[in-house]
Design a protein around this ligand. Structure first.
Ligand SMILES: CC(C)(COP(=O)(O)OP(=O)(O)OC[C@H]1O[C@@H](n2cnc3c(N)ncnc32)[C@H](O)[C@@H]1OP(=O)(O)O)[C@@H](O)C(=O)NCCC(=O)NCCS
Length: 183
C-alpha cells in the first residue's frame, strides 16, 4: 500500500465495487461532471473498468483510497493515460460524498504524485478538471500543480458547455514531503 499522511492507496477489492458504484457512478451529477462523457447506469455485477481493474491495461493504474486509520473506503484514485515514451500520465480522483472536504483529496493527490514520479519514474503529471471544481483545483495546486491553460467550453455537462482547466506538474518541480511507500 502507498501511504500519505491521511490516506492509503491500495488495490481494488471486490467489496469496494458496490460502494463506489452507489457513491460515485450512480450519481448522475457527479458522473457527468467527472467523466467527460454521458452518464449511463452501471449494472450491478458489471465489469465496468472504472470499478473492476483490467490487468491487461498497462496504461491505467487504479487504486482504492482508504483512510489510514481504520482502513475505511474513501474513493477511487487513478493514474491513467500512462505514456512510457513521453513519461507522462494523468491523475483522476473521485471521493465518496461523505469523504469530501476533509483534506483526503489533497493527500491522495500527493500519494498519486509519489506513485507517478518515484515508483513509475514519470516526468510529467497532468490534471484536467472543470473550471468551477474548486476542491479539485485546490487539491492539485496544493501539491504544486500549475494552471497551464483553459480549454474553453470543452465539456458538455448536463445541458451546458463548461470550461476545463489543465494543470501540470513536472518531476523537478514536485516537492516530495508527506507521501511515501511502505510495504
Ligand atoms: C475533488 C475532490 C477529489 C477533492 O478532494 P477533497 O478531499 O474534497 O478536497 P480537500 O478536502 O483536500 O480540499 C482541498 C481544498 O479545496 C477546498 N475545498 C474543498 N471542498 C470545497 C468546495 N466544495 N468548495 C470550495 N473549496 C473547497 C478546501 O478548503 C481545500 O482548500 P485549502 O487547501 O485552501 O484548505 C473531491 O471533492 C471529490 O471527489 N469530488 C467529487 C468528484 C470530483 O470532482 N473529482 C474530480 C474530477 S476531475
Amino acid at each position: 500500500m502507498l501511504r500519505g499522511s491521511k490516506v492509503g492507496l491500495r488495490a481494488r477489492y471486490e467489496d469496494d465495487v458496490p460502494i463506489l458504484r452507489a457513491g460515485l457512478y450512480d450519481d448522475v451529477v457527479n458522473s457527468s461532471r467527472a467523466e467527460g462523457g454521458p452518464w449511463r447506469p452501471v449494472v450491478p455485477g458489471s465489469k465496468d473498468p472504472r470499478l473492476v481493474v483490467d490487468e491487461t491495461d498497462q496504461r491505467t493504474v487504479r487504486f482504492s483510497v482508504v483512510e489510514l486509520e481504520g482502513g475505511m473506503l474513501l474513493g477511487d484514485a487513478t493514474l491513467w493515460g500512462i505514456d512510457t515514451h513521453n513519461r507522462s500520465a494523468h491523475l483522476g480522483l473521485g471521493l465518496l460524498p461523505s469523504a469530501r472536504g476533509k483534506g483526503y483529496g489533497t493527500d491522495a493527490v500527493a500519494v498519486l504524485c509519489h506513485y507517478g514520479f518515484v515508483v513509475r519514474g514519470l516526468q510529467r503529471l497532468q490534471v484536467e478538471t472543470l473550471s468551477d471544481n474548486a476542491a479539485m483545483l485546490r487539491s492539485a495546486e496544493r501539491n504544486g500543480f500549475v494552471r497551464e491553460g483553459v480549454r474553453r467550453s470543452a465539456a458538455w455537462v448536463l445541458g451546458e458547455f463548461l470550461d476545463e482547466v489543465l494543470l501540470g506538474l513536472l518531476a523537478q518541480e514536485w516537492k516530495r514531503d508527506s507521501a511515501e511507500t511502505t510495504a
